[in-house]
Design a protein around this ligand. Structure first.
Ligand code: DGL
Length: 259
């Protein structure tokens, strides 16, 4: 039985988890949302690395076949330092999402929206340029998006105001592809698509991550579909389970853990 562990600072990683559940129906999943310490995206590399190390150590006890950092902030700031010590393959979002983006973009004018820490790290700009030197990348931090999603606010006036506040300039720059460089942001995708219009392709990290796992875990197709998912959070008061149940369209029961 293939076992895939997925973590994020909170709810955002569910956008990756749900895609993986669909693409790997016979795998077992373990999901960890570090709800006690969300958001990661406004914190320093040192802090994010320490939080990410805790998440990985917790997930290692389940002996998964791989661990997916369904968090761009952790992928950008922490994974390079932690990969070597991890006993199982550690999959991040940055390279898979950048590759997906380049596949989609015709003009190679790409907008990246992400947490302040991910934008500050320059990880996406660096990888996109490494993969294709003639690409033009504009990165914009959107710090209010994660708290909105963690509150279960995915659309409406507040979301539209926040989008306009952060992205009005980017909208005028003629990008043909917008990379959602934070796994929380797909929950705002309907509003973002409305704002940018249908001529802009919106890319989520989940497509690239799923494709990467296909190369890593080729044998899952042969397994019988009997999968299950255990959900862990680090704070009991978080609205994680109710929002997750709505998003995943199934009852989500969470176990509270200390990392
Ligand atoms: N969803 C995560 C990311 O992709 C973390 C967001 C946050 O905690 O600030 O960056």
């Amino acid at each position: 039985m293939t076992s895939i562990a997925v973590f994020d600072s909170g709810l955002g990683g569910l956008t990756v988890l749900s895609r993986l559940q669909r693409d790997y129906p016979s795998a077992d999943f373990i999901y960890l949302g570090d709800s006690a310490r969300t958001p990661y995206g406004t914190k320093t590399a040192e802090t994010v690395t320490s939080y990410t190390r805790d998440c990985i150590s917790f997930l290692e006890q389940f002996k998964p076949d791989c661990i997916v950092a369904a968090c761009n902030t952790a992928s950008a700031l922490a994974l390079p330092a932690l990969r070597e010590d991890c006993p199982v393959p550690l999959v991040g979002t940055i390279v898979p999402a950048a590759q997906e983006c380049l596949r989609e973009s015709d003009s190679k004018r790409i907008g990246v929206i992400a947490t302040p820490s991910t934008v500050k790290s320059g990880a996406y700009t660096e990888v996109l340029h490494r993969l294709r030197s003639d690409v033009s990348v504009t990165s914009v931090p959107c710090p209010l998006f994660v708290p909105l999603v963690e509150e279960g606010i995915f659309s409406g006036d507040i979301v539209d105001l926040a989008i306009d506040r952060y992205l009005s300039e980017l909208r005028t720059q003629g990008v043909d592809t917008l990379l959602l460089g934070c796994t929380h942001y797909p929950l705002l995708k309907v509003s973002l698509q409305k704002y940018f219009g249908d001529s802009v392709s919106i890319i989520e990290c989940s497509d690239g991550v799923s494709r990467t796992l296909k190369e890593l875990l080729p044998s899952t197709q042969a397994e019988k579909p009997v999968s299950g998912t255990r959900y862990f959070v680090t704070d009991a008061l978080s609205p994680f389970s109710s929002i997750a149940s709505v998003f995943l369209k199934t009852d989500v029961e969470v176990e509270v853990v200390e990392l």
